[in-house]
Design a protein around this ligand. Structure first.
Ligand code: ADP
Length: 431
């Protein structure tokens, strides 16, 4: 700065001295005129540079930096350097903003930034989907008018945002949304949104499952404890005692079956290892299943086996496949009235695939139940299932085994006529 003023001073001094010198050398009015000419030349020089600067700043471009003489050159270079560093900072800020937005967009949660009046200043794509925002159009609008939910309005007012808020039935969204406000800066806020529909569904399933298991175990336990009291408190004759013991045995068996099925299901669900791809002959397995079916049916139903000629080797976990075949066959026996018939078959179908199927002449299943049959504890007729010794878990087990082996479980049924359950093997699992 001092250098600048020294230069100005020196220049003024130089010009004054020059005019005085002229006046002294030449003397009289012509000396004064020469001095004035020098002064004017100096003024014109400065105005010319000023004009250059004005034009440059009017339409500022770094690559159009003018050149100047003396102090002007220093001035132009200084402005150029300042502008360059400003431009670099702007570029870095832009980059930072882009990468920040990129990171926000990559987040699994939605992010909305709100100003002090709860007006939207930014909303990530996810947040737009969650809340139903319309991109740029909704910028500047109040979030309360867009996420219309009385609970949310109260949450926003309460200003205690330590816990998230779960919103059910958000109009136009049709999903369960979890939102949380996170304050930052002076008094700005971030609104984080998460679609928790799936998590909530899983939680409901888990709760239902625990309730179902407790209920299933409670009934036989109540019967058992009732009989224990009777045996302890009342004098029973031999016939009554043996009838009580046989009922107790039946209830204990029922609990045993339920626990066995629950354990089987838990084992299947927790086993994430790929199943064996070892091939084995399927005929002995099918014959064993057939024998079990006949034993369960006590020769009360006609049970036949149909097999297309051809090789019959399948790959997978033999024990699991035996359990899947067994569950289908035992259902057919349990739901088919005496004198009905059950056909078990093995059939080659298209694209090198083949199916193990079980057809019965039981009560059949109405179409509205078909898609839900493999849900745990889903039964069409609870009483009938229990009387026949069902646990409500058989088809859930079959479905798990099928998906672990990449098999397709297909169910065809006509109410009043019967049902056919098929396990379709892909070409890679048969030879
Ligand atoms: P359950 O132990 O009750 O048989 P499953 O999971 O094996 O449980 O079957 C679920 C429900 O599907 C049964 O309760 C029954 O209503 C229906 N179901 C299964 N197999 C048959 C069949 N072959 N014929 C008619 N209904 C069936």
């Amino acid at each position: 700065m001092t250098g600048f003023w020294i230069r100005i001073g020196l220049t003024l001094l130089g010009v004054t001295l020059l005019s005085l010198l002229m006046q002294a050398a030449i003397g009289g009015p012509s000396g004064l005129i020469t001095g004035l000419i020098c002064m004017s030349t100096w003024v014109v020089f400065q105005v010319w540079h000023l004009q250059k600067m004005a034009l440059w700043l009017q339409d500022f471009r770094l690559n159009k930096t003018p050149s100047g003489l003396g102090t002007w050159d220093i001035l132009f270079s200084a402005i150029y350097r300042l502008a360059r560093s400003y431009e670099r900072q702007q570029y870095q800020l832009r980059e930072l903003l882009t990468s920040f937005r990129g990171a926000t967009e990559a987040m699994p949660d939605g992010v909305v930034s709100l100003d002090t009046h709860n007006q939207i200043t930014y909303a990530s794509q996810k947040a737009q989907q969650h809340i139903g925002l319309k991109g740029e159009i909704d910028l500047g609008r109040s979030i309360v008018n867009l996420l219309r939910h009385p609970q949310f309005a109260r949450y926003l007012e309460k200003e205690d945002w330590s816990e998230p808020l779960v919103l059910h039935d958000v109009p136009q969204i049709g999903q369960i949304l979890q939102v949380q406000i996170v304050p930052y800066g002076q008094s700005e806020r971030l609104l984080l949104s998460r679609d928790v529909t799936q998590i909530q569904k899983l939680e409901t399933t888990r709760r239902d499952f625990v309730a179902n298991v407790s209920h299933e175990l409670k009934t036989p336990l109540t019967v058992l404890s009732g009989f224990i009291e009777t045996l302890r408190d009342l004098p029973l004759d031999d016939t009554q005692r043996s009838s009580a013991l046989s009922t107790m045995g039946g209830q204990a068996e029922r609990m045993q079956r339920l626990i066995d099925d629950l354990l089987a299901l838990a084992r299947l669900e927790s086993d994430h290892k790929p199943v064996s791809s070892r091939f084995f002959h399927a005929l002995p397995l099918i014959e064993r299943t057939l024998g079990d079916a006949r034993q369960l049916s006590r020769d009360q139903r006609r049970i036949v086996y149909q097999q297309q000629p051809g090789p019959l080797e399948i790959s997978g976990d033999e024990q699991e496949l035996a359990s899947a075949f067994g569950n289908l066959v035992s259902n057919a026996v349990r739901y088919t009235p005496e004198n009905g018939s059950i056909t078990i078959g093995w059939q080659w179908i298209d694209n090198g695939r083949a199916a193990f199927w079980v057809r019965d002449t039981g009560p059949g299943i109405a179409p509205e139940h078909l898609s839900r049959l493999t849900e745990r504890f889903y039964r069409i007729d609870k009483g009938r299932s229990r009387v026949s010794g069902g646990t409500g878990l058989g088809l859930a087990i079959v479905k798990h085994i099928a998906s672990r082996h990449q098999l397709e479980l297909s169910i065809q049924s006509r109410l009043g006529e019967g049902s056919q359950f098929s396990l379709i093997f892909p070409g890679s699992r048969i030879r």
